[in-house]
Design a binder for this molecule. Structure first.
Ligand code: SAM
Ligand code: ZN
Length: 318
């Protein structure tokens, strides 16, 4: 991979333990395979999302038969399906933004993959998967203009704060080749019943829906799509992730185990269900299968802004 200096945009040379900028003579250290462009660790994200993702590929015949139903449900699988639908061997160079510990699925077609993230601990894992990883903010990427055939992100764009969005979208556009492909699975806000109910208590909403994961940049799906258009991307395909009735297991326990949400019948039921299937993988799988199809149907039929989360494919406008 080629890198450019994030300070002066000059070409850089790779040394054994650093990248050296020829025009401005800045030196960026490489530690444990991670090219470091940040002086300080990010206080929120450092060490938070370190896991490397590997797509689940069922080996058994019944497992493969049931896969479409499960894809209907799990967010991880929505993303895998999005990548499989749009990526091919034509995409020789791919960038994973907010890559965490990396995603083996992006290597499927033999591309050279680079990852960018704030967390060093996550990137140390990603460095075992990708050929180049950079500790850097997505608002200032150390890659040349028109460089990648595709870029991808999973649960990243909802973490980009409003005052950072313009810079991040501009960088995504800059590093992508004209006509290049962008694939994102992104967290969104919603006008659905769950979000409307939870917003009745603004302090609870802020704490449990925003601060808990750092979802400082979630927007309504329609706003998120408009932003892509405004930033020079054409929308190729949109999939609504889910609606609130069928929230993925584990989520209710994580977010709604609280007096405020226990006052709501639906949330109480979801909470009880979450507790009932906790640590019981077979029951979780059964829930996946039972809910996969209705969840997809509800999401597909719901008005755009009632869904939570989008999987989108975009093309950089020439
Ligand atoms: C929810 S995690 C998802 C990680 C990974 N994509 C995955 O699938 O596990 C969001 C990631 O975005 C990264 N992130 C947040 N803001 C960022 C920014 N401005 N620039 C680069 N990475 C950022 C965080 O460090 C974190 O690893
Ligand atoms: Zn420089």
């Amino acid at each position: 991979m080629e890198l450019v200096c994030p300070t002066c945009c000059g070409a850089m040379r790779s040394e054994s333990d650093a990248w050296l900028c020829e025009p401005c003579a800045r030196r960026y250290p490489v530690r444990d395979g991670v090219a470091c462009f940040l002086e300080d660790a990010d206080p929120f994200y450092e060490g938070m999302f370190t896991g490397t993702r590997h797509a689940e590929r069922p080996e058994t015949f019944p497992g493969r038969l049931l896969l479409p139903f499960r894809i209907a449900w799990s967010l991880d699988m929505h993303y895998t399906a999005l990548l499989r639908r749009h990526l091919s061997a034509r995409h020789r160079r791919i960038l994973d933004l907010g890559c965490g510990g990396g995603n083996g699925e992006l290597l499927r077609y033999g591309a050279e993959v680079a990852g960018a993230d704030l967390s060093f601990a996550s990137l140390r894992n990603a460095a075992t998967v990708y050929s180049c990883v950079a500790q850097t903010s997505a608002s200032r990427l150390p890659f040349p203009d028109d460089y990648f055939d595709a870029l991808a992100s999973f649960n990243f764009l909802g973490h980009v704060a409003p005052d950072e969005k313009e810079a991040v979208y501009a960088e995504m556009r800059r590093v992508l080749k004209p006509g290049g492909l962008a694939l994102h699975n992104m967290e969104t806000s919603s006008e659905g019943a769950l979000f409307r109910y939870v917003r009745r208590d603004p302090e609870f909403y802020q704490r449990q829906m925003i601060d808990l994961d750092g979802h400082v940049g979630i927007e309504l799906p329609s706003r998120a799509l408009q932003r892509f258009r405004d930033e020079g991307f054409d929308v190729v395909n949109v999939r609504r992730d889910h609606v609130w009735y069928f929230f993925p297991y584990g989520q209710a326990k994580k977010r709604f185990d609280d007096d405020f949400s226990r006052r709501n019948l639906w949330l109480r039921l979801l909470l009880q269900l979450d507790h009932a299937i906790e640590n019981r993988p077979r029951l979780q799988k059964a829930w996946d299968l039972v809910m996969g199809v209705p969840s997809s149907l509800f999401a597909a039929l719901a008005p755009l802004d009632r869904t939570i989360g989008l999987s989108v494919a975009l093309r950089k406008r020439n």
